[in-house]
Each structure stands twice: as C-alpha cells, then as structure tokens.
Design a binder for this molecule. Structure first.
Ligand SMILES: NC(=O)C1=CN([C@@H]2O[C@H](COP(=O)(O)OP(=O)(O)OC[C@H]3O[C@@H](n4cnc5c(N)ncnc54)[C@H](OP(=O)(O)O)[C@@H]3O)[C@@H](O)[C@H]2O)C=CC1
Ligand SMILES: O=C(O)[C@@H]1CCC=N1
Length: 274
C-alpha cells in the first residue's frame, strides 16, 4: 500500500513535529504524501518544521482539531509529555484509525489504556532526517494487514524498516539503533579530540575525523562484506591499526563499554515505561 491511501478525508495526524516528527513528515512528503492529507498538531514547532509546513501548505494546529477521524495518528512527543498528549488526542480516533507511537519506553499497555484500538510502537532514529533511518516496530493484535502495509510504507519513507517479534525488542531497537547515532557521533567527537592530541589543528581534526566516519559508513553501506572483515582489511599485521586495535579491543576496551552503554539505554527505556 502506498501513501495515496491517506487522503484529506482519511488523513494522517502528526502529534509533535520536532526533530523526529519533522523528519518523518519530510520523508512522507518526499514519498508523495498529499500535503492536504496531513494535519500537524504542535503548540510550538521548531523553525525548520514551520518552514516545511509553509512550503507544502500542510495544515498546522496548536491543539487537536475537532471532527477529524485520523486514518493514522502518529505520536511523536516526548515520553514525559504522553500523560498530557494522550487524553487530548482521543477524539481523533475513529473505527479505521491506527495509532503509531515513536516514544521511547511508552508501552502498548499505556497506549491501549488511553486510546484503545489498533496501535503500533515504532522506534526510528535521527538519520531519518536524511532518509537513512533504521526503524523497528511492533503491532498489537488489533492492527490489520492493511494497517501494517500503510505503517510500513510510512516508516520506510525515511529509511530501512522492519517489524520485530515482541514488544520487548522495541527497547532493544531503542538502545541499539534509536540511540545509536549518538554513539557514532561521540566516536567522531573523540576521534577529532584524539587527532588534536596527536598534532592536528581543531579544524583539521574535525575534517579528518568526520570524513573517516562518513567514508567508513558508506563503505559499510556499499560493501557486501561484514564489519569485521572490513576492519581486518584495514589492519596490516604488525602495523599501525593493529597497534590501535590492541588498545580498543583490550579487556577494558570498547566492547564492554558499548555493551554497558546499550544495556543502560535499554534499562532507561524500561524505566520510562513507568
Ligand atoms: N530524537 C531522537 O533521536 C529520537 C526520538 N524518538 C522519540 O520521538 C519522540 C520525539 O522526540 P524528538 O522529536 O527528539 O522531540 P522534540 O522535542 O524535538 O519534538 C517534540 C515536539 O512535540 C511538541 N509537543 C510537546 N507537547 C505536545 C503536545 N501535547 N501535543 C503536540 N505537540 C507537543 C514539542 O513542543 P515543545 O518543544 O514546546 O515541547 C516539540 O515540538 C520522543 O518520544 C522520543 O522518545 C524516537 C527515536 C529517535
Ligand atoms: O534519547 C532518547 O530517549 C530518544 C529515544 C532514542 C533516541 N532518542
């Protein structure tokens, strides 16, 4: 099913159009969503979203409109705002509505108690802003095959998309790919800092570190080889990379740290569930 299933009388209503909501809307519009088939509800959208709404003529409301039954209700507010947001959007739900929440931690049980009906929990990430996201999703039993197709089309509009087999795995998606871009950006920051230590100017360090992450990511993207082989291809026996990897792959190196970081993110997702 394509986004043409969404029409002015059967619209998608986006609640919260900040970083993620704005990225999703950008992808939908680029994938052919009729701007008249979208309504955005956000009391205070950021400047980029305001420009996007103005450019495409998408209807913007500061609170949920009356008399609208959404085909898709997409919740993209912070988990901490859900308590306020959920009662305010209940009237947007009709018999054919599928609700999609991208909030970290907010459970299907919470969403079902507040809204009922067909509900999907999804977890995208910020590379969705450039159409290179990774999104995982899990649906409750009320979600129909048609809903799944439509939700899949919406989430595929900003990158890769896949259903996961249990709700618990959404917290794993959150910890690995939802938060994951931050881990990669931190690596870019620290590589640049280490470059300064090793003699670069800050500008040089930023350029060489950034392009290394970009280039390695693109090689990983284009190559059929798995990450460990690509790593080994950089590593000459007895060479410079081996010297660095001896540090990074030591017992107290990057693996236990990353494992702890992902576990901490997953635990926080579970805490956000309340
Ligand atoms: N950022 C990320 O990397 C990812 C975030 N997520 C999830 O996406 C959700 C949104 O995150 P993000 O886009 O980063 O957050 P943002 O703060 O950028 O966007 C949320 C937007 O919703 C607005 N808002 C607040 N309350 C309401 C309301 N009651 N009704 C409508 N709009 C409201 C906010 O306005 P105001 O600023 O005035 O509060 C803001 O414009 C979160 O639940 C997060 O867990 C999921 C994947 C990745
Ligand atoms: O930090 C967070 O809670 C959100 C969810 C995944 C990425 N950002």
């Amino acid at each position: 099913m394509s986004l043409s299933a969404l029409t002015p009388s059967s619209p998608i209503v986006l609640i919260g159009a900040g970083k993620m909501g704005g990225a999703l809307l950008t992808g939908w519009l680029a994938s052919g969503l009729d701007p008249k088939a979208a309504i955005v509800v956000d009391p205070n959208p950021p400047e980029e979203t305001r420009a996007l709404l103005a450019k495409h003529g998408v209807e913007h409301r500061t609170s949920a409109p009356a008399g609208v039954a959404a085909r898709v209700l997409l919740l993209a507010v912070k988990p901490q705002m859900m308590g306020t947001a959920l009662p305010a959007v209940r009237d947007l739900i009709g018999p054919g509505t599928v609700t999609v929440s991208i909030a970290a931690g907010t459970t299907l049980a919470t969403l079902e108690a507040a809204l009922g009906g067909a509900i999907v929990r999804a977890m995208p990430n910020t590379p969705a802003q450039v159409g290179r996201g990774m999104t995982g999703a899990f649906a409750n039993p009320a979600v129909t095959a048609e809903d799944r197709e439509l939700v899949g089309a919406l989430l595929s509009a900003v990158g890769e998309f896949g259903w996961v087999g249990s709700e618990g795995l959404i917290d794993t998606v959150t910890a690995v790919s939802g938060s994951g871009p931050a881990y990669v950006f931190l690596l870019a920051e620290y590589l640049a800092k280490a470059g300064v230590e090793a003699g670069f100017s800050p500008e040089q360090a930023e350029r060489f570190a950034r392009q290394t992450i970009v280039g390695a990511g693109e090689l990983l993207n284009q190559s059929p080889l798995p990450a460990d082989i690509l790593r080994k291809n950089v590593t000459s026996p007895g060479g410079t990379t081996a010297a660095a990897l001896n540090v990074l792959m030591a017992e107290d190196g990057i693996e236990p740290i990353l494992t702890r970081a992902v576990a901490a993110a997953k635990q926080r997702a579970q805490e956000l569930a309340g």
